[in-house]
Structures are given as C-alpha cells and as structure tokens.
Design a protein around this ligand. Structure first.
Ligand SMILES: [Zn+2]
Length: 114
C-alpha cells in the first residue's frame, strides 16, 4: 500500500478515535446528572443510562479496534487480513477502516461463532 494512502487512513482513524472519545465523554457526563423530576422523567433517565452504557461499551470496543488499526499502520501490516494474510479489498476498508479480516475470513469466523 502506498505511503500517501496510509497517511489518509491514519487521519481517518485518528478522527474516528477522537469522535469515540467524545461520545464516551458525553455518556459519562450524561449519567452524572441529577435534580428533581417526576416519575416519567425518571423512567426516561433509566433508559438513557442503559443506552449510554450499551453505547459506551460498544464504543470502547471500537476504540480498541481503531487503536489496533493505527498500530498495524506503524507495523506496515495495515490492510492485510490477520487470518490469511491476503490484502483486504479497498472498498471494505473504506466502509470499515479498522477491518481486521478479508471478507471470506470474516464470514468464516462469523459462521463458526454461531
Ligand atoms: Zn483472510
């Protein structure tokens, strides 16, 4: 893969990481809120907390993926399938910049997990 391409991808991954950090920060401040409210508001608050938790745990996962992808750029392993070593299609990396596996391997892994 060309160096110029790596710079672009690194920028995209770093922007993604910033975005995730922002979202995680938001969910922390949102759950710290208090004050008087009626029962309906309390129920809504609970749902929001739940959603915030689900979102942030997912986000932390994504954050790990993004950081690993950045590490792979440094090791010049970015864009290669971690399973079979084949180049991951550029289209796939465009949709999922932190993809670790090529499409056939991803599908294999997913069907094995079921
Ligand atoms: Zn593969």
């Amino acid at each position: 893969m060309k160096n110029e391409m790596n710079v672009k991808i690194r920028k995209r991954l770093e922007a993604l990481r910033d975005e995730i950090l922002k979202v995680i920060g938001w969910s922390e401040t949102a759950s710290g809120g208090g004050g008087a409210m009626d029962e309906i508001d309390q129920a809504n608050e609970l749902i929001e907390k739940e959603m915030g938790f689900l979102m942030s745990s997912n986000m932390i996962n994504n954050l790990k993926e993004v950081e690993e992808a950045l590490g792979r750029i440094d090791k010049k392993e970015y864009g290669k399938c971690q399973h079979c070593g084949a180049e991951i299609a550029a289209k796939r990396l465009d949709v999922l910049p932190f993809a670790r596996f090529c499409v056939p391997c991803q599908e294999n892994l997913e069907s094995n997990n079921l």
